[in-house]
Design a protein around this ligand. Sequence first.
Ligand code: 5AD
Ligand code: SF4
Length: 434
Amino acid sequence: MSAPKKLFIKTYGCQMNVYDSERMAEALGGQGYVETDQAAEADMILLNTCHIREKAAEKVYSELGRLKKLKVDKPDLKIGVAGCVAQAEGEEIMRRQPAVDLVVGPQSYHRLPAMEERLAQGQSALDTDFPEEDKFEQLKSRPKARRAPAAFLTVQEGCDKFCAFCVVPYTRGAEVSRPAEQVIREAQGLVERGVREVTLLGQNVNAYHGGMGLAALIRKLAKVDGLERIRYTTSHPNDMEDDLIAAHGDVPELMPYLHLPVQSGSDRILKRMNRKHTAESYLKLLERFRDARPDIVLSGDFIVGFPEETDADFEATMQLVEEVRYGYAYSFKYSARPGTPAAERATVDPEVADARLQRLQTLITRDQRAVQDAMVGREVSVLVERTGREAGQVVGKSDHLHSVHIENARARIGDIARVRIVASKSNSLAAVEV
Ligand code: 5AD
Ligand code: SF4
């Protein structure tokens, strides 16, 4: 038998790309590839890319410039670009970097085995279609190997919201939900392989409608034997159904954490962003989650320096953050994306945008730290994901998604340990088992 070919995948961007990379590795597993973490020993290298901001997209070309040199010693090496840059730029990638053999958009991953055969015959391959067939059905060749205890599971993909700044509707296409039975079967398969927590993924996950809404799906998944924890991300404020809020109060498997981006605290900017909600309607929604689950940790995304953002608009964002007290929040400087409506508009002075970003991040860090510090003395559950650096230490995530180090642990990887938090460090909590 010939030695297996080696596949190296580098993943950029969101959690859905992490999930997609796993599926691509499995699809190519059927073509005789095994994964390696060393680019230099690979027979095929795939970059699974992100197009959300200019910086993310540019990283791909500098990485391709480096990787191309590997072809000098290994002329048969195949280099592929997958993901959202592949979708957005298509054959332009091969023009800009001729060392690229394969370009595949996110909706065509089930066609990778056929594309690989073309590569093996010395041809190049490009596919950025939005095919009719169900890629998930065709991507189901999951090997039975054991998995880490926490896994991602895509339930919905694409977006019909068209926020004025965002490329996702163009790179991931229209909203599509996977049928609930398919999702439940995949979750059962994951549990059989050692998974105890799933994070349901979708660009608009709470718009899920695979024969039932997201709350109903979560209620069904909560009944899957051995599946102990459920999370979901990312949601849009306008798709929040009452039952999802209620589920946070009455489904113990649903973790007390909500990522709900708002982007800005200014109604004027929200309108220009085509968000179709106000700062107040967002705050009211968060209150309802807090009523349903008082210890819920909230998380959000912000863009500063959106076209025409004034000082007053920015202060409204600071005000909103002050009010919410996020446990986590992610803030970005606006980046004009080709083809989006906002890309046509006058931009804010980059230095002004930088200064705003700095102020916002300082505030967010303060709150993040305060929410984390407030955990000290409390009892929480931790899903143990790995061993720590020190002897006897294990590391995992709390219900609230904090990283927790357990000292002198009895718990092993895959266990859910009941712990008391004893200290708050810069990016993690320390705990002892109770
Ligand atoms: N510029 C900056 N940030 C953006 N995001 C999305 N598009 C852009 C853009 N053009 C941010 C939003 C989104 C997160 C995933 O990335 O905050 O919620
Ligand atoms: Fe990046 Fe969005 Fe594509 Fe995820 S879906 S990789 S965040 S552009």
